[in-house]
Design a protein around this ligand. Structure first.
Ligand code: BMA
Length: 337
């Protein structure tokens, strides 16, 4: 499997200490890369997204303020591993340049499409829904129309248009800690009007993803389809457990799942994943990839308390997903009923 993406100057990377036993995904040895109290007034940073920018990296970070309300903070890094953050949260403006501050903002994703960077997150729109903004310079963040009706979360834009339209995954749900959820796909010619909604994938029969699923990182274009890292959730007598799953979506009709790995790729097992504000959470939100040699770095939130980094290679993860693929009936459909 070959990655189709712009060349990258720098790549956060570490070879595995030992060959992984199951999925070819290994953790960074110095995890977590962002610890507690990273900024004045912010107790925890997690579930955040990064992109290459200028001669380093930039990202939008979920900062849990000390009043308990999440907001989005801007961070910069030279190597993708060590991050510094703006002390103040991002100040969004509306179409007229007037300040626009959502009541709360969490689980941001960040995707560049045709030279513009789009931020999407969960905010209050009479209940949990998707908020969006665009920026070209990471100074002015202008809000866009809310793309979907409430309730919805985990919106993730594709890195390029398909058939001339922007494509976005999302996960309609309820307003709470929703005990259900499938991933859907919607398209838009202009980032304002969204339609042609399609079902992509629902929960799996495998127990680790038997409760709900949600889109994670922006899908990676490859010569075999869109490589999508998502989260799968199981419900235990002690609460939800979030693992990272992998699927390959059809390149022209991404609502069709070509391969879906029956095994999780990463599940909570290290202290920073098992112990924290919400134990047992691995929540992927972004990847950085090197198309030259297929290296992929996965950024994931750990236990709603930290950010951690894991690595894989396109060739190996592609083989693993394909050789352990198990599709449900609805995965194979175009997703329109
Ligand atoms: C989900 C979201 C995530 C969080 C996860 C586990 O519903 O709120 O932000 O990481 O629960 O608590």
């Amino acid at each position: 499997m070959k990655i189709i993406a712009p060349a990258i100057q720098k790549m956060p990377w570490q070879e595995p200490k030992e060959k992984p036993v199951d999925a070819p995904v290994w953790r960074y040895g110095e995890n977590p890369i962002i610890g507690r109290n990273p900024v004045n007034g912010v107790g925890r940073i997690f579930n955040s997204a990064v992109v290459p920018y200028e001669d380093g990296f930039i990202g939008v970070f979920r900062g849990e303020q000390v009043n308990g309300v999440p907001y989005i903070y801007l961070g910069r890094s030279q190597d993708g591993v060590h991050w510094s953050f703006d002390q103040d949260k991002i100040r969004f403006v509306d179409e007229n340049g007037m300040e626009f501050m959502p009541r709360y903002a969490y689980d941001p994703r960040l995707v560049q499409v045709e030279g513009t960077y789009y931020v999407m997150w969960c905010q209050d729109f009479y209940g949990a829904a998707i908020g969006m903004a665009k920026t070209k310079d990471f100074k002015r963040f202008e809000r866009l129309e809310n793309p979907f009706l409430p309730f919805n979360r985990n919106a993730v834009l594709f890195p390029r248009k398909v058939h001339g339209n922007f494509m976005m995954l999302s996960r309609p749900s309820d307003s709470g800690h929703t005990p259900f959820g499938d991933i859907f796909l919607s398209e838009s010619p202009d980032m304002v009007y969204w339609g042609k909604h399609r079902h992509v994938m629902g929960k799996g029969e495998e127990w680790w993803q038997a409760l709900k699923v949600g889109a994670g990182a922006s899908p990676i274009e490859t010569d075999e389809g869109w490589l999508a890292f998502y989260h799968g959730v199981t419900s235990t007598c002690n609460g939800y457990v979030y693992s990272i799953g992998g699927a390959i979506l059809d390149i022209d009709n991404p609502s069709i799942v070509k391969y879906r790995c029956e095994n999780f790729l990463l599940t909570p097992q290290e202290w920073y994943e098992e112990r924290g504000f919400v134990p047992n959470v691995c929540f992927p939100c972004a990847t950085i990839c090197d198309p030259a040699d297929g290296r992929i770095a996965i950024y994931y939130g750990a236990a709603d308390s930290y950010i951690a980094l894991a690595f894989t290679r396109a060739e190996e993860i592609g083989e693993y997903i394909k050789s352990h693929s198990r599709l449900t009936e609805s995965d194979k459909e175009i997703g329109r009923r």
